[in-house]
Design a protein around this ligand. Structure first.
Ligand code: AMP
Length: 216
């Protein structure tokens, strides 16, 4: 099964994608993670994408489509892919349909996580990760059991994404509404769309996604 997770920044796509990866033996592909790795590595792609990401705008379609095409080509996908943060435009969705069709596959289901914008700003600006193991935390919803010490690895250094500042979050939300939201219609017309309440707590969202996929 190839699955797309759709929703605004901060909706919990990354968290749910990770959970789905383990439960359903799917391969998670996150263009945000790939782009951040390219920026950290200082590659040509990272140089092209870094400033755009810091402004909270979308990286050009050709760059992200190229990234996904490469990964889909080199991986057999196991039971399928979970796409987290891709596609984000109609052009990307069309490219994905073509890429999968070339392999005799398709997008089987699209889960859209619905959340309201005000909650998103609080969710995103409060989040941070352990710099050593990447475990995610939040100032209000999930703090380490021992303050300043990662529950998972004992690390004491934490990091925030540079694009999680409030003004950047607002432009990321604007990009979502203008460029990504039209995908809801695109997939609804293909009768692939499942909508879940992204405001519920992590376990409840997970159960709702499972029910939606089992009915797909
Ligand atoms: P994310 O981690 O998915 O929130 O992505 C972080 C940033 O990477 C976004 O704000 C965009 O600048 C860029 N990005 C990630 N995925 C895409 C995509 N599919 N299309 C365009 N830009 C993307």
């Amino acid at each position: 099964m190839n699955l797309v997770l759709l929703g605004p920044p901060g909706a919990g796509k990354g968290t749910q994608a990770k959970l789905l990866e383990d439960r359903r033996s799917l391969v998670k592909l996150s263009t945000g993670d790939m782009l951040r790795a390219a920026v950290a590595a200082g590659s040509e792609l990272g140089r092209q994408a870094g400033d755009i990401m810091e402004r909270g705008e979308l990286v050009p379609d050709a760059l992200v489509i190229g990234l996904i095409a490469e990964r889909v080509d080199e991986d057999d996908g196991g039971n399928g892919f979970i796409l987290d943060g891709f596609p984000r435009t109609i052009a990307q969705a069309e490219a994905l349909d073509r890429l999968l069709a070339d392999r005799g596959q398709k997008v089987d289901a699209v889960v859209v996580m619905r959340v309201n914008d005000d909650a998103l700003v609080d969710r995103i600006t409060g989040r941070y990760t352990c710099a050593r193991c990447g475990e995610g935390y939040h100032e209000a919803f999930k703090t380490p059991k021992v303050p300043g010490v990662c529950d998972r690895c004992g690390g004491t250094e934490f990091a925030r994404r540079p694009d999680d500042k409030e003004e950047v979050v607002r432009s990321r939300l604007k990009a979502y509404h203008a460029q990504t939201e039209p995908l809801i219609d695109y997939y609804e017309r293909q009768e692939k769309l499942k909508s879940v309440d992204g405001m519920a707590e992590i376990g409840a969202v997970q159960e709702e996604i499972d029910r939606a996929l089992d009915a797909a």
